[in-house]
Design a protein around this ligand. Structure first.
Ligand code: COA
Length: 177
């Protein structure tokens, strides 16, 4: 099925939350307030995939950060306010979240969403020259995409991800320059 990538809008919120609930364990789902704040503070980082009827099949959220050597774990705090961290003139994209509708997974759209949204951001904001993200060790499809797109592991943040059974896993930090 052909999908189109476009910037996200406030009217997409209900569908973004549907995808969020389908994408992540309850313990790490982000709130509607967090997405609304992100859309307001960093609209240039929010993207959705829609079909011809306007139904959403994926979203990707990102912020722009000043580029720094290494990484500061505090910057990755869950449910942080993008208004506190997003720098419109930053040189590094931080991809904070990405989901593909379960009905569409495994057909190449995850990699295309990731690659195309980053290409759009880099084309629109020529100062950008790096991308950083974190990933749960168990998110194998996401890890395949990041490796295939040239990201390398630069460290870990201990006990970052809570699971619904109360256990915690580290976040793997990956960067592509
Ligand atoms: C991560 C996600 C967006 C990928 O979307 P997708 O449409 O399934 O991805 P693709 O079809 O482009 O597949 C990407 C790669 O992962 C592989 N893959 C897909 N599902 C997999 C699975 N369950 N286990 C291992 N590898 C898998 C594919 O074979 C492909 O690898 P290849 O290119 O080497 O063949 C989607 O699985 C998802 O929404 N997951 C839940 C939320 C999440 O983990 N988000 C990412 C972190 S924020």
């Amino acid at each position: 099925m052909p999908f189109t990538l476009r910037p996200a809008a406030t009217a997409d919120m209900a569908e973004i939350m549907r995808l969020e609930r389908a994408g992540f364990a309850q313990a790490i789902q982000e709130t509607e307030d967090a997405f609304a704040e992100r859309l307001s503070a960093a609209p240039e980082g929010c993207w959705v995939l829609q079909d011809e009827a306007g139904r959403l099949f994926g979203y990707l959220c990102a912020e722009f950060w000043p580029l720094q050597q290494g990484f500061n774990p505090a910057r990755f705090a869950r449910n942080h306010a993008a208004a506190d961290t997003h720098a419109p003139d930053g040189e590094e994209v931080y991809v904070s979240s990405m989901v593909i509708d379960p009905a569409t997974r495994g057909t190449g759209w995850g990699r295309k969403l990731f690659s195309d949204a980053l290409s759009e951001m880099f084309a629109r904001h020529p100062r950008l020259r790096s991308t950083i993200l974190i990933v749960n060790p168990e998110w194998l499809a996401a890890r395949r995409i990041y490796r295939a797109e040239g990201f390398i592991e630069i460290g870990e943040i201990e006990s970052y991800f809570a699971s619904d059974n109360g256990q915690h896993l580290p976040a793997i930090v990956m960067r592509r320059n």
